[in-house]
Each structure stands twice: as C-alpha cells, then as structure tokens.
Design a protein around this ligand. Structure first.
Ligand code: NI
Length: 262
C-alpha cells in the first residue's frame, strides 16, 4: 500500500532533533509523497529547501491567517518568486481563522484575498485553512470569482453543508487526525459523504496526531491511520482509498508521483 501525506510541516522546530529520521521513517512506511506547507515567508523558504533536498517532498508557499498580521510589505512578490520553483505545487496555507483570531479579521481577509489572486494569476491550486469563518469564506469566494482555481480544504472540520458548498466550488476535502478521534462521529459522517474522487489525506504534523498516537508528536508515517479510518467510514478496502487519494493529488496538483519502492 502506497500513501501520501498532502499536508505536513517538517520544517517545524519540533523536528529539529531528528528530521532526517522522521523523513526516513516516512519512506520506510511507503509514503511516496509529502507536501510540505509554508505558514509564513521563512517557513515557505524552508519548505522549498526540503523539497529540493528530497525528491519525494514537494512544497507549498503561503502565509497562514495566524501570521497575516506580520507579513512584510513585499510578501506577494516574495511568494510569486518562490512559486517559480518547480518544486512548489500550490499557494498555502492561506485562509481565515476566527477561532484563535491571532490576526485582526480585516487583515486576515486582505492577506487571504491577495494570495487567492496570486494563485489565480499563477494558475496554482490553493491550500485553505478555515476555522469558524465559513460565512466570510463563502462571501469572498463568490465575490472574487476564482473559478477555475481549485484547491483543498485542509484538515476539514466543518459541517456537511459547508463541505457541499466547497465541493460545488471545485475544492477537494482533506481529513487529518481528528477524523480518528473518539468523539468525531459527526466528522466521520461528513467524510463518508465526500465523493472518493475528491478526498485527500494528511497529517498536518507535528499537530493533530491520530489515534493511537494522540498526544504524541505527529509525523507523516502516521497518515496510515487517517487512511484506515476513512476507508472504514466509506466501507472500502484501504488500498482502494489510498489509490484514489494518490490519483486525486496528481490531478489537483498537476504532478506525476513516482511509484518507486522505498
Ligand atoms: Ni497546516
């Protein structure tokens, strides 16, 4: 069984002590692609460095809503330059987070819209982080008319109504560790309704560690537990699910993932 982790933060300082071992473990556990995601300018640059060092790691560059308040004046130019690197597949992670509100909401919206437009200009998909901000997100997506730009709703945690609207806009829906949590029946119900050809899986490591490792640091090798949970809720064999997910990632990010064996 081959797996991908469509959303990881291997540049995070929590991997400073053993990053190489974590990456080796991912390869030993049949992870054939990891997309490493930036959350600000610095981590976007680090993300590209990782992708240049390891052929199975790709990157995305962008500014997270938490970091929107600290963007340098020329952030759009810097991101655009980074997007010229062929290891950069997408603009992300970008979005709105009204749960933590670590940046003022008007700043979050402005930085999000600017990056959506950058993605549109460069014909790149977007990786969206969205928490407790569904109304504003849907308003922005309607106003900006970003079709045919597609992307992925990362670590989806919303209702089926929101998932349905995102699917109608062309988004893929990605699930992470929370879908394995004991109290996540509502989320599993949403996952069961997302069409197989629009699903992605991810760890969002070092965060959101799936059961049975909940509480420990997360890493790409654990994405298997997300895959097994999703296969169970869809009632299909796990390798059918993982094959579909790899095809989805290839279609969305416009890449051909090498099926080498580790
Ligand atoms: Ni993330």
């Amino acid at each position: 069984m081959k797996l991908i982790d469509s959303h990881a933060h291997l540049d995070d300082e929590r991997f400073n002590e053993d990053r190489e071992q974590v990456i080796e473990r991912a390869q030993k556990n049949n992870i054939i692609a990891v997309i490493n995601i930036g959350h600000d300018i610095q981590s976007s640059l680090q993300s590209i460095q990782l992708a240049e060092k390891y052929s199975f790691i790709y990157s995305a560059v962008g500014v997270h809503p938490h970091d929107a308040k600290d963007v340098p004046e020329d952030y759009l130019q810097q991101l655009e330059n980074m997007c010229r690197c062929d290891r950069v597949l997408a603009v992300g992670e970008i979005g709105l987070d009204y749960y933590y509100d670590l940046s003022p909401r008007d700043v979050q919206k402005k930085v999000f819209v600017n990056q959506l437009n950058l993605a549109k200009k460069l014909s790149k998909p977007v990786i969206v982080h969205l928490r407790d901000a569904y109304g504003d997100f849907l308003d922005i997506m309607q106003k900006e008319r970003l079709e045919p730009i597609t992307g992925v709703m990362h670590c989806f945690s919303g209702s089926w109504e929101v998932a349905k609207e995102c699917l109608e806009m062309g988004f893929y829906i990605s699930f992470a560790g929370p879908v394995t949590f004991k109290n996540a029946d509502r989320l599993r119900e949403v996952a069961s309704r997302v069409p197989l050809d629009r699903l992605l899986i991810e760890t969002d490591c070092p965060y959101l560690t799936p059961v049975p490792y909940r509480g420990k640091r997360n890493e790409p090798a654990y994405v298997k537990h997300v895959a097994e949970q999703l296969a169970a809720v869809k009632g299909i064999p796990v390798n059918e699910l993982t094959e579909a997910v790899i095809n989805n990632a290839e279609r969305l990010f416009n890449i051909k993932i090498n099926n080498y064996s580790a």
